[in-house]
Design a protein around this ligand. Structure first.
Ligand code: SF4
Length: 104
């Protein structure tokens, strides 16, 4: 039986809920996750509810974790899940950089 893993692209991502009333404009979320978190002209988070694809789920978690005001909630599989998925994807796509000489 073939137990091939689904690729990260096939997995549903996470949902992000931001709480602008808690935001004090440190900008960490955008600095660490620029593809997920937009800031307005005054540097405050400009997001309320977002559907984030699996390819950006780890970035969404990192951006939420670095918010000192805890103004961002991520709903979905935990950060460690996405780290493991990313490691598995990297391992699957990495080719060995050492080729053996077939005559040895
Ligand atoms: S890190 Fe938090 S406090 Fe800073 S801009 Fe982002 S949401 Fe606002």
């Amino acid at each position: 039986m073939n137990h091939q893993r689904d690729s990260l692209q096939d997995e549903p991502g996470v949902r992000v809920k931001a709480h602008p009333g808690l935001c004090l404009g440190y900008g960490n979320c955008h600095r660490f996750a620029p593809d997920v978190y937009e800031l307005d002209d005054e540097g405050m988070i400009d997001v309320h509810l977002l559907e984030v694809p699996s390819s950006l789920a780890l970035q969404a978690w990192i951006g939420a974790t670095v918010c000192p005001e805890r103004a961002i909630t991520v709903i979905g599989p935990a950060e460690e899940h996405w780290r493991q998925r990313q490691r598995a994807e990297s391992a699957a796509t990495n080719t060995p950089n050492e080729k053996r000489d077939p005559s040895l």
